[in-house]
Design a protein around this ligand. Structure first.
Ligand SMILES: CC(C)(COP(=O)(O)OP(=O)(O)OC[C@H]1O[C@@H](n2cnc3c(N)ncnc32)[C@H](O)[C@@H]1OP(=O)(O)O)[C@@H](O)C(=O)NCCC(=O)NCCS
Length: 165
């Protein structure tokens, strides 16, 4: 008999080298609309290989939400040099959206950034993406400006300010 897993149930862990086949399946599960709003890089094998190879848990922190061996969501930050805050991305496959997985992944990523002593995190988000905006705002990100001809917000989370609060 098939069992029904509770909505939102998933293990959150670091992406590892052996996850490559699961990453390729994850890419396939992202709809054109999700690819438009996520868009960290092309969703091809070259970039799947790159993200598993660079997942070092320090400079490139890449977290995945896994259920029954399947990657449902992926959230990362990657360093951009000493003068810039790491940039963040988040994408949940369409079938698993609205289950709370994006919220859990982002909370875990922010906790990891804080643990590693990162000064802050930044990202861009389409202004017509209320779910993503809700997650970012609730995690403490604030709008810092606009980009791509005013269609996206730039947002930042200042972790050093939190420390001194
Ligand atoms: C945007 C995305 C990351 C959100 O993750 P998710 O797992 O689907 O979202 P969650 O279930 O964690 O819920 C997000 C929040 O948005 C709220 N929400 C849902 N629909 C909403 C809407 N239309 N307007 C405002 N808030 C909404 C939810 O209630 C929830 O808030 P709550 O926990 O306070 O109730 C995910 O849908 C996704 O990957 N989409 C495609 C790619 C993408 O847009 N990535 C972000 C790029 S910046």
């Amino acid at each position: 008999m098939e069992t029904t897993r509770p909505r939102g149930e998933a293990e959150i862990r670091q992406l590892r080298a052996e996850d490559l086949p699961a990453v390729l399946r994850y890419f396939e599960e992202l709809s054109p609309e999700s690819r438009r709003t996520f868009a960290p890089h092309p969703f091809d094998e070259e970039h799947a290989r790159e993200i598993v190879a660079t997942s070092d848990g320090v400079n490139s922190v890449r977290l995945i939400a896994v259920r029954d061996g399947e990657i449902l969501g992926y959230c990362y930050f990657q360093d951009r040099g000493p003068d810039l805050w790491p940039s963040v991305g988040l994408g949940i496959i369409d079938r698993a959206q609205n289950e709370g997985i994006g919220s859990r992944l982002m909370a875990a990523l922010v906790a990891e950034a804080r643990r590693l002593g990162k000064p802050g995190l930044c990202l861009t988000v389409h202004q017509d993406n209320p779910r993503a905006l809700r997650i970012y705002t609730r995690n403490g990100y604030r709008v810092t400006g606009e980009c791509t001809e005013g269609t996206q917000h730039t947002m930042a989370l200042d972790l050093s300010a939190e420390d001194s609060a």
